[in-house]
Design a protein around this ligand. Sequence first.
Ligand code: APR
Length: 286
Amino acid sequence: MCDQSDAPPIPDDVLTLARAARHVAVFSGAGISAESGVPTFREVQTGLWERFSAQDLATPEAFESDPALVHTWYRWRAALIQQVSPNPGHQALAQWQRQLGGAGGRLSIATQNVDDLHERAGAEVLAHLHGSITAHRCAECDAPAELAAPQYDGAAAPAEPVDPPLCEVCEEGLIRPGVVWFGEPLPMEAFDAAADAMRAADLILVVGTSGLVQPAASLPLLGMERGTPLIEINPEPTELSDAMHHRLRGPAGKLLPVLVQAVTGEALHAMDGSDGTDDSVERRAR
Ligand code: APR
């Protein structure tokens, strides 16, 4: 169970919509992982990266000009993600997904996040629109590559950048993270699956995203063509706020458990791991 005592109240008309929904589509961004301790893309960085914004590092040009800096940044972020746990926001969505699924409905998650915190909370993710930080491939020949788990301490930035390994297949290219950088196309299959879910949904939740990054940010707006209610959960106004029917201002880790408890009638069961392991017992490393 999570402490919901300081959660802002959910308006009645939002509760009515959520209770009536049979197919909920969730569009999530970095904000849903913020309460787990994963910094969003707009936060000021420190250490090795203090001169760079996350956006500066998430480009093919940055990797080309300084592969070690970009490689080390992603490996450190991967270590940090491995060290943290899903928060009540992730857990609430997983619980609602199970409940709706059991009742013949559906909750589809399309995320821009490259972490696996939705999955570790026990949810199934329909679309990772920007790839995965644990996947790697050759920057030249595209051959997939397996890297050992990063050994960094996610709490402190590493002292030195480390070169990325060379591809063992073509022996020419450097290994890069399997994420979508600015200027790169999104995986078509994931984008199409997310678009289908947004069009089929009878309620769309937009959680923890600035809505600044296209084409992903256009996805929830597909629901507008059918008049589907759109609800934003974010402590701050965003690029998408004006298009929303309801704006819930607060952290996802507080608001989602309250919403989901009111809809499902069940208190939140904290889980960390798709096998349903109780988070209070151990944190799962992947
Ligand atoms: N709960 C909900 N939302 C939050 C929380 C929270 N606890 N904390 C912060 N936010 C919100 C911020 O107000 C902001 O609107 O999360 C949003 C984070 O915005 P971004 O950092 O821009 O993240 P995102 O929208 O996911 O960025 C999209 O940009 O760099 C790329 O590929 C990267 O997937 C990322 C994409």
